[in-house]
Design a protein around this ligand. Structure first.
Ligand code: PSU
Ligand code: MN
Length: 302
């Protein structure tokens, strides 16, 4: 494994002293946000993790290696690169065997984090069950990953472009603990309240860390999903978003979008329909998740 994983100096040092580490994904950089906001956000997320007393490890596949912790030049290059591969569980081995470069989704980042012995991962939103999945069968590999890889993922809920009740049902079937942080309602990415009750609620990082460790003691596979509501001042109303989400879905259907292209297409379309307001909210919620991720990582080591 050592020849496949390449750690940044900062992560090597953190590992040597058992300091808390937070994994971060790269698909949000290459497919989730436009340049230059993607680069600014990636840097800010790392700064927030450091300010909160943990070490950031942004994960990507570069020339056939899993890089755990990226230097600023690599981050800058990734943020501007075009046609970067979006790597999920199905693609990871193929990309590595072929010496390729690509961004890791939530699923692939979880796999890499687990290999690197990193227990906590912060991102924006996870993939889930798409609207119309009963016909399209479009269910993100992120959900199956949460059921088998022991990483606690901090997100602002599944992206609001998804079918949230179905996403919760699949997570329940898979036995994934879905924990709303500090409230009863299940958050919906750009909005604090999806109108659904979260299956579980926790109010402290220590509780989340303890539950993560207990799963390991029980020999249970899989991780936890922490759904951290977007800060109130950054929230977008779901009433305002709902018709725009429907419009974006129609556009995706009309263009025959399928597979990996669906999520990036919907996010980009919504950014245009809201004059960038979904992007501003997305940035705020990622930073908020990075802060909570650092607190959980600290509680794990403490
Ligand atoms: N969160 C964001 N923006 C994103 C993603 C998450 O705020 O772009 C990415 C993640 O990498 C997630 C992926 O794993 O979208 C889900 O893609 P799909 O629905 O194709 O599984
Ligand atoms: Mn999909």
């Amino acid at each position: 494994m050592n020849d496949l994983l390449v750690f940044s100096d900062e992560v090597v040092k953190a590992k040597a002293i058992g300091a808390p580490i937070v994994a971060l994904e790269s698909t949000i950089i290459t497919h989730g946000m436009p340049y230059p906001q993607n680069l600014e956000t990636a840097r800010q997320v790392e700064a927030v993790v450091r300010a909160a007393g943990a070490v950031p490890a942004t994960i990507a596949v570069m020339e056939g290696k899993i890089r755990v912790g990226l230097d600023d030049d690599t981050l800058a290059a990734l943020s501007q690169a075009r046609n970067v591969a979006k790597l999920s569980r199905a693609d990871l081995a193929v990309a590595l065997a072929g010496g390729q470069t690509g961004a890791t989704t939530v699923a692939a980042t979880m796999i890499a984090a687990a290999l690197a012995d990193i227990a906590v991962f912060a991102t924006g939103g996870i993939g889930g069950v798409h609207q119309g999945a009963e016909a399209s069968f479009d269910i993100s590999a992120d959900l199956a990953e949460l059921s088998q890889t022991p990483v606690t993922v901090v997100a602002a809920g599944p992206k609001a472009i998804l079918d949230l009740p179905k996403t919760l049902e699949v997570l329940e079937t898979y036995g994934v603990p879905v924990i709303a942080f500090g409230q009863d309602a299940f958050p919906a990415f750009w909005s604090r309240d999806s109108g659904l009750k979260a299956p579980l609620r926790m109010d402290s990082a220590a509780q989340i860390a303890a539950a993560h460790k207990m799963r390991a003691r029980l020999g249970l596979q899989g991780g936890q999903l922490v759904a951290n509501p977007i800060p109130p001042e950054a929230e977008l109303s779901s009433a305002m978003l709902a018709p725009l989400i429907a419009q974006a879905q129609d556009a995706a259907r009309l263009r025959g979008m399928t597979g990996k292209d669906v999520t990036p297409f919907l996010l980009q379309h919504l950014l245009e329909l809201t004059d960038g307001r979904t992007l501003t909210a997305n940035i705020a919620l990622v930073l908020n998740n990075a802060r909570l991720g650092a607190a959980i990582a600290r509680a794990m080591t403490g």
